[in-house]
Design a protein around this ligand. Sequence first.
Ligand code: HEM
Ligand code: CU
Length: 851
Amino acid sequence: MTLRTDEPRDEFPGGRPTPSPIPRPPGEEEELRRLWRLPQGIARVTAVNNSQVGVWYIGTALLFFLISGVLALAIRLQLAVPGNDLLDHGTYNQFFTVHGTGMMFLFAVPIVEAIGVFLLPSMLAARDLPFPRLSAFAFWAYFFGGIFFFCSLIFDAAPDGGWFMYPPLTSYEHSPGINTDFWLLGIGFIEISAIAGAIEIVIGILRTRPPGMTLDKLPIYAWSMLVMAGMIIFAFPAVIVATALLEIERAFHWPFFIAERGGDPLLWQHLFWFFGHPEVYIIFLPAAGLVSMMVPTLARRPLVGHDWVVLALVGTGFFSFGLWVHHMFATGIPSLSLSFFSAASMAVAVPSGIQVFAWIATLGAGRVQWTVATHFLFGFLFIFVLGGLTGVMVAVVPFDWQAHDSYFVVAHLHYVLIGGMVFPVFAGLYHWWPTLNGRLLSERLGRWAFWLMFIGFNVAFFPMHISGLLGMPRRVYTYPGDLGWNLLNMISTVGSFVLALGVLLVLIDIARSTFGGGQKAPDNPWNAGTLEWLPNELYATRSIPHVTGLYPLWEQPDLPREVREGAHYLPGAPTGRRETIVTSPIEAKPQYLMPLPGPHWGPFLAGLFTAVHFMCLTVQWYYPSLVPAVLAIAMVIWWLWGLDTGADHPPQDVGGGWRVPVYIQGPKNHSWWGMVVLLLVDGTAFACLIFTYLFLWTVSPDVWPAGGGGLPGLPWLAGGLALWGLSALAIGWARRAVDRNRHGHVRIGLILAWAAMVVGILLDANAQIGTGLVAAASAYGAIASMLVAWQAFHVAVMTLMLGYTLARSAAGLLHAERRVTFDNTLLMGWYSAAQGSIALLLLHLFPRLAI
Ligand code: HEM
Ligand SMILES: [Cu+2]
C-alpha cells in the first residue's frame, strides 16, 4: 500500500512551528541509542554504519599515506648524492612504483571517499547513507587489498613498471615474474571498492537529504562529492578494462598491446589516461569542496560566488574527460589534435581560477579566524596556484616536449597533488576532528606542523623544477656527479625530511587525541553554519532538521537546541529499527522511510575473501582461487538475504504532517537507483571494449577478417539475437506474473530467461571457435574473444541473480508488494540482453560492412 507523498504538507519556512511537537515522549532517545549501539569486542568489525566505517577508512588511508611516504624518503635518500648505492636499480624501480601507486590509488582516492563517507551523513543529517553494508564491504576489500599490495615489497615482488604501467615494458616478455600482476590484480580490484563507495555517495547525496534541503541548498562539499562520484563512475571502468586486458595478455597471451600481432601499446595509454586525467580531479574536487566549506566558516561569512563555484565544480568534472591526450603529447599524435588538447587543457584552468577567486574574495571580505586550518588553507592556495602555473606551462606542447619525463614534471605533479589535496585534507583534519571524537587537536602543535610541512615542501620540490630544466630525467635511480644536479638534489632531500617531520607531528597529535588527550571541544568550535556541527551521535542528530538555507546554523540559531530536543523530523525510531528518511532527489520532500541494515559479519568476511581470491590469482593459483570466490559470494548473499523486507509496517509519521510508507518499489526505491548507477559503470566498461575493438581495427585492419570471410554465417547472428530477445521477453513476462502474484509463471519466466542466455552464449562461442578464431593469434582474435568472454561473464552474473531471485520466490519472499530484488534482476537482465545484442551486431556486421 503506497501513499502519495509528494503533495505539499506542512512546510516550515523560517523553522516555525517545529515539525514534531515537544516535549517528546520519554524513552525515545534511549531507543535510538540502543538501536545504533556499536558491537563490542571482536564483533566491532561487524559494524557497518558509515560514521564508524568512515573513521577506519580515514585511518587506513593515512596509514597507507605513511607507508608510501616512507618509500618517498628512501627514494630521496638514494638521490641525495650522485652515484649512491643505497638502493639498487631494481629496488628503486619498485619503490617509486609503489610510492606513486600507493599515493594515487591507496591514499588519495580512498581518503577523499573516506572523508565523504564519514562526513556526509552528518552534513546531510541523515541517520546513515543508503548502503551501509556495501560501504563496509568496500572498506574491508580496500583494507586487505592494500595491505596485500604493500606486502609485495617484502617479498621483492613489488611492481616496478611505474604508476602508469605502460606496456610493452609491463608485458610478459619484458616483465616476467609476478610483480606486475600485483599491480594489475591488486589495483584493479581496489578500484571496484572505489566504485562501490561512489555508488553509496551519489545515492546518499541525492536521496537522503533532510527535508527542505533542495538542490540549491546543498552544501558545496556535497556538490563536490557528487561530481567526484559521478566521475569515478565514468572514469574507473576504463582503468579496470585496461588492467583486465593487460592481465589477460600476460596470463593467456592475447595480444592487445603487442604490435607484432596487431595490438598497440598506445591503446593502454588511451584507456589509462581516459581514467588518469579525471583521476586528478577526482582527487582535487573533493579537496576543493572541503576548502569551500572551511573558508566561509573561517571568514565568518557566506561563500562569495556560491553558484559560480558549483558551476565550476560541475564544469571541471565534465570537461576533464576531454583532456586525456595531454598526457600523450610526446607519443607522435597528429599535431591538429595536439593543438586542440593543448588549448582545452589550458581552458580547464578557468574553473579552478574561479574557485580560487571565490575563496580569496570570501577571505578578504570576512574577519578571518587564524586556526591551524586557516594556515593550511593559505599554504594550499600558495602551492596550488604555483602548481597551476606550471600546469599551464606543460600544456604548451613544445614546452612539454622539453620537460617531458624530467623532474620538472615530478615537481609539477607534487605541487598539484600535495598542494591541491594533501594540504586541504590536513586542514580538514584539524577543522573537523572535533566531529570525530569531540576533542580539539592541538593548535600549537598544529602550527609547528604546518610550518614544517610548508617550508619542507617548498624546499623539497621547488628545486626539482630547476633540476628538471637542467635535464634530470625522472625514474633514474642514480646520476653522475658532473651534471650540476648535486646541490639541488641534496636540498630536495633535506626538504623532504623536514616535510616528513611536519607530518609526523600531525600524527603524534592525532594519536594523542585518539587516546584521550587534548582539550574537549565545544559543540560548534569554529561557529560553522552547516549541519555536521549539530549535536551528533552514531545515529547522526537526535531529530532531522528542516533546512531553509545554505547555512542553517547561522540562519536558525535555535536549531541545535530544537534538534536535540527532538522537535524536528524522525525524533525516534517509529518502526523500532535503524531507518532514515528518503527524500526526492531535487526538492528533498520526504518519500519513504528506509530501513537501514545493522551490524553483520558478511561485509567483513566478503571483503576478506575477495582479497584472498585476488591474492590467489596473483600467484597463479587459479583453481584454489575459486574457493574464496565462492565464499565471498556466499557472504554477500548471506547479508542480502535479510534485506528487501517489504512493507512490514504501516505508513509512519515522521513529523511536519508527513506520513510516509516504509517500503517503496520501482524507480523511487534507493536500490533501484543503485542498480541504475551500477549499469552506468557496466555500460562504460562495455563502451571501453567497443573502443578497443575499433581502435585496434584502425591500427591493424589487416588482421581483421576481410569482407566477411572467416566470420560465422549470418544465421548465427540471427540465432544469437533471437535468444537474447527471448531472454528479455521472458523476464518481462515474469514481471507481469509478479504483478499478478502468479508465482509458478514467475519461476518459469526466470528459468526460461536463464536458459536462453546460456544457450545464446554457448552458440556464440561455438560459432566463433568454429571459424578458427584463436584469441592469442591476433589483435582481432583477442578482442573478439574478449567481447564473447565479457558477455559470458554477464551470463554468469545473471545466473547468480536469477538463481537468487528464484530462491526468494521459492521462499515466499517475492510477490507483488515486495519485489525490489526482482526489479533489480530485471534491470540487469534487460541490460545484459541489450549489451549482448550490440556485441553480436558489432562482431558480425562490422567486418562485413567496414572492409
Ligand atoms: C611525502 C612527500 C613526497 C615526496 C618526498 C615524494 C617524492 C617523490 C619522488 C622523488 C618521485 C620521483 C621518483 C622518480 O621518478 O624516480 C615521486 C614520484 C611520484 N609521486 Fe611523490 N612524493 C611525495 C608525496 C606524494 C604524494 C602525496 C603523492 C600523491 C598524492 C605523490 C605521487 C607521486 C607520483 C604519482 C609519482 C610518480 C611515480 C612514477 O613515476 O611512477 N607523491 N615522488
Ligand atoms: Cu591530465
